[in-house]
Design a protein around this ligand. Structure first.
Ligand code: NAI
Ligand code: 2OP
Length: 307
């Protein structure tokens, strides 16, 4: 029997995530939304592309949580997205309510699943999901640092005139203004960007990465990014289901790592079938560590608003 992955929220990010996974052809998918017809219609459309793309993935569109039974991973994208002028934190109360309602259903119908959060504000919603679910910390994680690193990699590649495949970017911290891109550990063909670019260029890359989501919101005007976010969520779900053990930066609960406690933040993690299998502790400079701790304090403060 094929593994099963559920995607909650059949909007822009959820549909892109589902379609990427469908094309990978290794798991059956359930696409669930609160709006009747939308997940069913999108599932049918994706299924019909299978004969063109040559994939055999079974995709079920539904409004019914009994269909998510036995899912190994549940990707949570349901919630409101940013509009121009809105920060991710503006979404906090409404999305916290949506997350609480959905997570209770996940606990009832797929109690063994690894829960991969996407809904914003990501770090706060990951913590909210962890608390509402009561799942062990390794089974609740969030997608954002992979997206943020992908954005930084594409900006570095553009500036270096290098293929993006030769670029690595290290991005930690929160998915917001207190994101912590780490230029010292970001490289082109193994060479740190701090040795390749001027300090002004490096500062420009850091700023554009931190503002990466807002740049797209300003262009789209009616919503936020979804191709790269959906693809990033699909890649993480695949790493978990296929038990690849690869290191992917993700948002997870810290319990002493980097001097932080009881807060969900982006750090390098090893992904496998039980979710987060290891939190990788990088040796940071005092300035980098201070930036990470500042991000942790801000996220903790926002989680406090929810309590
Ligand atoms: P969207 O508006 O296109 O889709 C959201 C979907 O959620 C809609 O289809 C809606 O009907 C559904 N929904 C709402 N309440 C629901 C409920 N209670 N149960 C089931 N489905 C429900 O929004 P989009 O662009 O897909 O974004 C989704 C979320 O992902 C937003 O919160 C957005 O800010 C976040 N996001 C996070 C990123 C990250 O890096 N973590 C990147 C991009 C988006
Ligand atoms: C993004 O970074 C809005 O979080 C979303 O595109």
């Amino acid at each position: 029997m094929r593994p099963k992955i559920t995607i909650i929220g059949a909007g822009n990010v959820g549909a892109q995530c589902a379609y990427k996974l469908a094309q990978r052809d290794f798991a059956d998918l359930v696409l669930l939304d609160i709006v009747e017809g939308v997940p069913q219609g999108k599932a049918l459309d994706m299924t019909q592309s299978g004969s063109i793309e040559r994939f055999t993935t079974k995709i079920t569109g539904t409004n019914n949580y009994s269909d998510i039974k036995d899912s190994q991973v549940v990707v949570m994208t349901a919630g409101l997205a940013r509009k121009p002028g809105m920060s991710r934190d503006d979404l906090i109360h409404k999305n916290a309510e949506i997350v609480a309602g959905v997570v209770k259903q996940i606990v009832e119908h797929a109690p063994q699943a690894v829960l991969l959060m996407v809904t914003n504000p990501l770090d706060v919603m990951t913590y909210q999901a962890l608390k509402v679910s009561g799942f062990p910390a390794n089974r609740v994680l969030g997608m954002a640092p992979l997206l943020d690193a992908a954005r930084m990699q594409s900006f570095i590649a553009e500036l270096a005139k290098a293929p993006v495949t030769e670029v690595y970017a290290e991005v930690m911290g929160s998915h917001g203004d207190l994101m912590v891109p780490v230029p010292r550990l970001s490289t082109v063909k193994g060479k740190p960007i701090t040795e390749l670019f001027t300090p002004e260029q490096v500062a420009g890359l850091v700023k554009r990465t931190t503002d990466g989501g807002a740049e797209i919101v300003a262009l789209l005007k009616t919503g936020s990014a979804y191709y790269a976010p959906g693809t990033a969520a699909a890649r993480m779900a695949e790493a978990i289901v296929r038990d690849t053990k690869e290191i992917v930066n993700s948002c997870c609960l810290l319990s002493g790592e980097y001097g932080l406690n009881d807060v969900c933040l982006g750090v390098p993690t090893r992904l496998g079938k039980s979710g987060i299998e290891e939190i990788v502790t990088l040796k940071l400079t005092p300035e980098e560590l201070a930036a990470l701790q500042k991000a942790g304090a801000a996220v903790k403060n926002l989680c406090g608003i929810l309590k």
